[in-house]
Write a protein that binds this ligand. Sequence first.
Ligand SMILES: Cc1cc2nc3c(=O)[nH]c(=O)nc-3n(C[C@H](O)[C@H](O)[C@H](O)COP(=O)(O)OP(=O)(O)OC[C@H]3O[C@@H](n4cnc5c(N)ncnc54)[C@H](O)[C@@H]3O)c2cc1C
Ligand code: FES
Length: 220
Amino acid sequence: MRRREALRVVANESVGPYSLIRVERGSLDPGSPGQFFMLEAPGRPLPRPMSLCQAPPGELGFLLESIGPGTRALAAVEPREKIHVFGPLGNGYRLDVERPLLVGGGIGVAPFPYLSAVLGSPPAILGFRSDWHAEAASLVPNAEVVVEPTLVTERLRPDHDVLACGPEPMLEAVRELAPNAQLAWEAPMACGYGACYGCSVEIDGVLKRLCVAGPVLEAA
Ligand SMILES: Cc1cc2nc3c(=O)[nH]c(=O)nc-3n(C[C@H](O)[C@H](O)[C@H](O)COP(=O)(O)OP(=O)(O)OC[C@H]3O[C@@H](n4cnc5c(N)ncnc54)[C@H](O)[C@@H]3O)c2cc1C
Ligand code: FES
């Protein structure tokens, strides 16, 4: 069940250009891989959606890329500070897959450490724009890493069940090659639980709230 709680920051570590923020779990349920939490961004009016990256005993871990004011505020949190965390939210990956293959690009790697732990370390193909960004691949076991100009789609294995997360052009390209893939999409989100309609996207010709219908959707 989703809850909102002020959780103490245990650590804020750099992983290449990304920040791995670990907080005490409190009474929050980690949920299922691919679900997300709304994290208070200190000093900002709205929280920011983040996929759960790691769920070690007693903790929740989030991997984030600083791209704007909210993520910059989150990347600056210090151990012992408390931030409000709300979740788990949305629909994660369907886990009844026979031959999983995780396919991620950039910060899209964020949900994979938890997903990989739950699925028993399946193979992964991870793409990054530089060797520095590729340091995040160390969080995902059994990963083949490609760095631009090589793209993850060049290494896709069509006989696998693809579970993907990454930038929209990557997801579109994966969808073309693996029509049965599960894809984790993004949209700006203000509430995370269906109240604000800020995350409305067109799915099958109908406007749907991504926070409720997704963020993981079947490619088909
Ligand atoms: C379900 C979900 C899970 C996410 N998980 C992670 C995660 O694990 N790690 C992580 O680093 N980021 C994740 N994100 C993206 C993250 O929430 C945004 O990067 C963050 O909210 C940006 O806030 P900001 O204030 O730093 O930047 P802003 O100033 O809000 O945005 C900077 C730029 O990015 C664009 N943008 C912002 N948010 C989004 C979005 N959600 N989709 C598309 N474009 C956007 C803005 O239009 C703007 O151009 C996730 C998003 C969603 C919806
Ligand atoms: S984020 Fe508010 S309805 Fe989806």
